[in-house]
Design a protein around this ligand. Sequence first.
Ligand code: G3I
Length: 301
Amino acid sequence: ASTLGASAAQSGRYFGAAIAAGKLSNSTYTGILNREFNSVTPENEMKWDATEPSQGSFNYSGGDRILSQGQSMGAKVRGHALLWYQQEPGWAQSMSGTALRNAMMNHVTQVATHYKGKIYAWDVVNEAFADGGSGGRRDSNLQRTGNDWIEAAFKAARAADPNAKLCYNDYNTDGVNAKSTGIYNMVKDFKARGVPIDCVGFQSHLGTSIPGDYQSNLQRFAALGVDVQITELDVAQGGNQANIYATVTRACLAVSRCTGITVWGIRDSDSWRTGENPLLFDNSGNKKAAYTSVLNALNAA
Ligand code: G3I
């Protein structure tokens, strides 16, 4: 097939992009979006600061805009993210203890209920594990409400939207390392105890190399009985960019429970990684070598 989405669909997968509501009036941007992708993720619009700017007062305008764009394309919509220690609204940043825990769970319930039946997969919890060698949780006000906050969030999300796949999402999990193993152990424990979890997202914000065990790391999670998804892919520009993109694509295709790939933006100028040119389309919207290598990898399967 001749587009990313149609090529991924040949194996029952999706190929998605993170999109911004404020860019949907740009015809170059929406032209590429409508042509190439069959999944969308809101880059910021469904986060806590956007959806609950003051406690108990919800604003779904940006998120709904992304949802309707996705629906108009017949695309899957990934929800991102119900709980994250960053982009907490100011009122939540200054909370702690039982009051914060109650606010967290109310947030999960309210947002997942608003989008009930419309979201393919939710990043229920984002980036809750520490970088480095500890394999443990990241310190945050969320974590200080008690170690069970993650399972409580997954249970609340399941109750609110039983048909959405519920994902844990993180970065620096691109191979077998202390952080990915900490997450692996949590997922294994959740599956053993019946805590609802359906998928693990591997953000895959990559530099100029990729760990040799990228695919086997995906596979070990899949073997626990969860789907895996590449959720925020971007790769530093350099001699290896096209090859690294192809390696990630082939790894997903080789893992039967890898259900799709999302790139974190459309054109290089849309990326949060300013100056790194990490995406598949240049600033003018032209296809880069990395685009062609992904398309070829999808069609070789
Ligand atoms: O909307 C305001 C605007 O009103 C204001 O004038 C402007 C001035 O700074 O800020 C705008 O908000 C910015 C927002 O992006 C929308 O552009 C925030 O400052 C900025 O912090 C925010 O950055 C986002 C970042 O998450 C926040 O941590 C990036 O767009 C987004 O790509 C990035 O995405 C994260 C994923 O959610 C989780 N994984 C890592 C990934 C990259 O950091």
